[in-house]
Design a protein around this ligand. Structure first.
Ligand code: 13P
Ligand code: SF4
Length: 344
């Protein structure tokens, strides 16, 4: 199989955000606080989840972070139950690194279009066809795909890892995000064969509309997550993972920022730099299918109601096929070790 395999057609589910009365919200928050304590559980939330979930995670000793730090935090924490508010690959990563712990998720239907774009069978056949290449997969993949990889990588580490492999003369087979892969290839000059998956949220950002918005706010810095199309990335002042974009809001001198990533991140950005003006990058314009729809419908499946329910019932436990645990955990651990070495 020398051609790059066609990817399955992914249809995102409708966006359904939880609506609660203020009484119900307060009751649920108190109930979850108690349940976390009773069950020796810790809440680990991604930046794209709701403000309520993020605040609850922080005030109960859990964490709110990007996918790399979520994995690190869950691994280091003593709690016997990890409750992952995010999407399925994040829950699976937690389970792979901590097979002895119970990992729960508010909704097991919280998928990711990148993960769905990369079925393990066709991916494995693609790897078989290119045995000379080092296989590097983005964290946004299933346990079975990670098990086939030499390395797992997150957006925060992608450039440094691929640069490192390129310097060692390695050629790369990369999956599943073609935009992130294309960006990393352009920065590092590495020889990369790219799977053709995409993120339904970031692919919707429009360079033409961004250009017009930038003309209205010439003083604004443009922050872009690298799952976005190349023409959007080309307009960025900073390209980076969710954590790196939050850091940019705090550290750059600008007061206005146009942000091309899921708008769930605005909660943390406002906490980190309350005096800044944040504007959503546009998803409108020629050929657009949505208008400022920059929010992941799968992330939105995490709510207070289903979180309380899984803590009460123990439902929605993440189970990973035992045959994938050792090889997938090894590929993730290599990332954690590489990242730790970079920080030293
Ligand atoms: P981060 O690793 O930057 O948090 O990205 C995860 C993700 O799913 C972005 O869409
Ligand atoms: Fe996946 Fe995109 Fe949602 Fe991130 S925002 S979880 S990459 S679909």
């Amino acid at each position: 199989m020398n051609a790059i395999p066609a990817i399955p057609l992914i249809t995102a589910p409708p966006m359904i955000e939880e609506t609660l009365s203020s009484d119900e919200r307060v009751l649920l928050i108190n109930r979850i606080r108690n349940l976390l304590q009773q069950q020796n559980a810790v809440l680990i939330a991604h930046y794209y989840t709701s403000a309520d979930l993020q605040e609850l995670a922080e005030e109960t000793g859990g964490c709110v972070s990007d996918s790399l730090e979520m994995a690190r935090f869950g691994h280091a924490h003593a709690a016997q139950t990890l409750v992952v508010a995010g999407v399925r690959f994040m829950g699976e990563t937690a389970k792979l690194l901590n097979p002895e712990k119970r990992v729960l998720m508010p909704d097991l239907h919280a998928e990711c279009s990148l993960d769905l774009s990369c079925p393990a069978d066709s991916f494995s056949a693609f790897c078989d066809a290119h045995p000379e290449r080092e296989v590097v997969v983005y964290a946004n993949t299933s346990a079975a795909v990670k098990a086939r990889a030499d390395w797992v990588v997150t957006s925060g580490m992608a450039v440094s890892l691929i640069r490192h492999l390129h310097e060692q003369g390695k050629s790369i087979l990369w999956a599943p995000d073609r935009h992130l892969g294309d960006y990393v290839r352009s920065v590092t000059g590495a020889d990369m064969l790219l799977w053709q998956g995409g993120c339904v949220v970031h692919e919707a950002f429009r360079a033409d509309a961004l250009q017009a918005l930038k003309a209205e706010h010439p003083e604004a810095a443009v922050l872009v997550h690298p799952e976005s199309p190349a023409a959007v990335i080309a307009m960025a002042d900073v390209v980076g993972s969710t954590t790196q974009l939050i850091h940019a809001v705090k550290s750059l001198p600008n007061h206005t920022f146009i942000v091309a990533t899921d708008n769930g991140i605005f909660h943390k950005m406002r906490q980190a730099a309350p005096d800044r003006t944040l504007i959503e990058a546009p998803t409108a314009g020629v050929g657009a299918t949505c208008r400022s729809c920059a929010h992941c419908p799968w992330m939105a499946m995490n709510g207070l109601r289903n979180l309380a329910q899984v803590l009460e019932t123990g439902q929605n436990e993440i189970v990973v096929d035992p045959i994938h645990i050792q090889p997938a955990a090894r590929a993730i651990q290599r990332l954690l070790d590489f990242s730790a070495a970079q920080r030293r």
